[in-house]
Write a protein that binds this ligand. Sequence first.
Ligand SMILES: C[S@@+](CC[C@H](N)C(=O)[O-])C[C@H]1O[C@@H](n2cnc3c(N)ncnc32)[C@H](O)[C@@H]1O
Length: 211
Amino acid sequence: MMDRRAAQTIMDQSAGELLERKISECIASKDWRKVINIGQASSFEERVKYLWVWPLEKDLEKIHACFSRFDINRLLSIGCGTGLLEWLIHSATGIHISGVELDERWWRSKYATKTYIPLVFAETQCNVIQGQPLWDSIMFCYFNNGPAFCEYMDNFNGKYVIIVGPRDGQGIHTDPLPSRVNFPHGQYWERCCEMQIGSENLNCIVIYRRQ
Ligand SMILES: C[S@@+](CC[C@H](N)C(=O)[O-])C[C@H]1O[C@@H](n2cnc3c(N)ncnc32)[C@H](O)[C@@H]1O
């Protein structure tokens, strides 16, 4: 007879496959509101496997208004993981987004989670920005590599940096943290927009503008 733990693992796996299938179906039909609803209907433990920060519909509306106000049209997202947040932002705002990840072999392997936007792979941090068309903004969501962040920033010429991650005092560490960013020496950025994101009262998005 199968023991309880093995049965639980199988149940978890099939719940995960079902969630992934549902997300893929909504993406195929370009229904971003439904993707958000699926995230909200799933447990926190399940949905963070796809995305650390699940925006709500009202968050994407605010992001859209903000991007329009600042004329943000081309966004490069570093360390985008599955790219689901980027797909949601693209679908809700219409702006062009590209994602950067490390380790092409892993992301193309059968073990990797499904990805939702085309990825560019970075073997060294700087080359991906240099070879690409002009980006007016760069985004880091739950990024955790301060030195790589600085190297990307040294090669970025655009006007806006968007940091998504935990709000202060949540006991979660990312590097950079949205409200405490160590920009490279000699770069000056002002905080121009800040909003909470998601239903957990845990995360925020902060936009910085080059001075
Ligand atoms: C905590 S995950 C966040 C994934 C996604 N942004 C999210 O919010 O769900 C951090 C991601 O950054 C990627 N990463 C780490 N260092 C990187 C680098 N130097 N360049 C590009 N991606 C990097 C990792 O592979 C990983 O997928």
